[in-house]
Design a protein around this ligand. Structure first.
Ligand SMILES: Cc1cc2nc3c(=O)[nH]c(=O)nc-3n(C[C@H](O)[C@H](O)[C@H](O)COP(=O)(O)O)c2cc1C
Length: 202
């Protein structure tokens, strides 16, 4: 089932402009992103769902004028929290440990992320990537076309949707109805291609 969705999903090259996605369907697709895994369960990704024409126009301008951003029914900005140690302190209910190990979880987050913006940024892209994939698969399951878009100016995207400081846009996911059937992009012919067992040299 999941493999089928993976096999049929392709990035939309264009969308049918001006056709809204029913709110309920959009919310169902976003539910998938809510369920995605994240390091220490810190759930650092927020989703800014943009459907207004003026916002999509601003996002298009921030994304090297990619037309599909404006034509999509909705563009989801995946924005990561870059202050993960503070997040663990602020949101104890997120602990992935049993309640009696909360202090241990907070301490782990402190050790891993306090004063380590590089690690927070790495985590932003790892967790953001998984959330984006969840969104793409949910969209496929809901019969919607989708496209991940990483070609954008982060500062302009942040401005377009009013992100607070310490929130980094890691990816846009455009959702809508296909304008044209996307070409099936090539993949390695066999599952074993590109896979190495046990070590790089095998
Ligand atoms: C991180 C990332 C960034 C991407 N950025 C863009 C983009 O800015 N514009 C675009 O048209 N496609 C973008 N894509 C889509 C890729 O071109 C596409 O996934 C790839 O060619 C494989 O095709 P498929 O998704 O149809 O299987 C991006 C994909 C990923 C994973």
């Amino acid at each position: 089932m999941i493999l089928e969705a993976l096999a049929s999903r392709r990035s939309a090259r264009s969308f049918e402009p001006g056709r809204p996605i029913p709110r309920e369907l959009l919310e169902r697709v976003l539910e998938a992103a809510r369920l995605a895994p994240s390091a220490l369960n810190l759930q650092p990704i927020s989703f800014v769902v943009c459907t207004r024409p003026e916002t999509k126009r601003a996002l298009r301008a921030a994304a090297f004028d990619q037309q599909k951003i404006e034509d999509a029914s909705a563009v989801v900005v995946l924005a990561a929290d870059l202050e993960l140690a503070a997040r663990a302190r602020r949101r104890p209910e997120l602990s992935c440990f049993e309640p009696e190990r909360l202090a241990e979880w907070t301490e782990l987050a402190r050790m891993a992320y306090d004063g380590r913006p590089d690690r927070c940024r790495d985590e932003a892209f790892r967790s953001g990537g998984l959330s984006a994939m969840a969104l793409l698969l949910a969209a496929e399951g809901a019969g919607l076309a989708s496209a991940p878009v990483g070609g954008f100016d982060a500062e302009r995207v942040a401005r377009a949707v009013g992100l607070p400081p310490a929130r980094l846009p890691v990816l846009l996911v455009a959702l809508g109805y296909p304008g044209a059937k996307p070409r099936l992009t090539p993949r390695p012919p066999r599952a074993s291609d590109g896979v190495r067992w046990e070590s790089w040299s095998g």
